[in-house]
Design a protein around this ligand. Structure first.
Ligand SMILES: CC(C)(COP(=O)(O)OP(=O)(O)OC[C@H]1O[C@@H](n2cnc3c(N)ncnc32)[C@H](O)[C@@H]1OP(=O)(O)O)[C@@H](O)C(=O)NCCC(=O)NCCS
Length: 213
């Protein structure tokens, strides 16, 4: 799960810098960043520079890539844009302090598991998933593509989280629940019921707030 090649981090925001830090912890060399904000060209973090915009990725096709942007929809849009120009090699990065047994946990390409997260058994994590620091993912959880877990999310067993869903910081999810595609659970929530597709819930207990489709 450690990329053999140099890494290009897509996104020069907070998560991008955290991914640079994660890469350093893995001993992976960061070649630089790509970011679609033209004002960031040449900006630097820990000796790695913003080299260009996302469409410049082909110039670095010998590298591996990770899309370090927290918003699931933007992450998917960037992946789709990259695919217009070819097939990039996406890295899968797991912090050395995360507890992840790859005989029990499958992790798709482009996914990121940050420091202090624990995943237990029979867990399926899709592609381009972002799991922020100190999350807890229990048995038989399914996390589909482009999901984001903010820091300190606690997911009980047998929970299914569909693609593009986003779970806010410090939220807890009761066992056996389903979170629909593109749904969101606000920070600090206690989820006791399923969330249908494209709906925002928050609170304790979490309640329907609005449709965000
Ligand atoms: C749920 C969320 C998306 C709502 O954002 P929003 O639509 O911009 O909502 P607002 O900030 O305008 O808040 C609207 C109201 O809901 C309340 N509210 C917002 N989020 C809440 C939450 N998670 N729990 C309880 N109440 C919340 C606000 O206090 C406000 O109440 P008021 O009308 O009485 O003043 C956002 O608050 C949230 O939780 N985002 C996730 C943050 C996070 O986890 N970041 C991780 C970064 S790594």
């Amino acid at each position: 799960m450690v990329p053999a090649k140099s890494l290009i981090v897509i996104g020069f925001g907070g998560l991008g810098k955290e991914v640079h830090w994660l890469a350093a912890r893995l001993g992976v060399h960061v070649r630089g960043f790509l970011d679609d904000n033209p004002n960031l060209l040449g900006a630097e973090f820990c000796n790695a520079t913003v080299l260009g915009t996302v469409s410049d990725w082909k110039a670095y096709s010998e590298c591996e890539f990770i899309i370090a942007i927290g918003n699931p929809r933007i992450r998917m849009r960037i992946r789709d844009k990259m695919l217009q120009y070819g097939v990039p090699n996406f890295a899968t990065l797991v912090d050395p302090s995360a507890v992840v047994d790859f005989t029990q946990v499958s992790v798709g390409e482009g996914s990121l598991i940050c420091a202090g997260t624990t995943c237990t058994v029979e867990i399926n994590i899709g592609a381009h998933v972002v799991i922020n620091p100190s999350c807890s993912v229990a048995h038989e959880v399914v996390i589909r593509d482009f999901v984001t877990l903010a820091p300190k999310v606690a997911i009980s067993g047998n929970v299914h989280i569909d693609s593009l869903a986003e779970i806010g910081t410090g939220s807890c999810i009761r066992q056996g629940l389903d979170l629909g595609a593109g749904s969101m659970l606000g920070m600090g929530s206690v989820l006791t019921k399923n969330i249908p597709e494209s709906e925002l819930f928050f609170g304790n207990p979490a309640r329907y707030i609005k449709n965000i489709g």
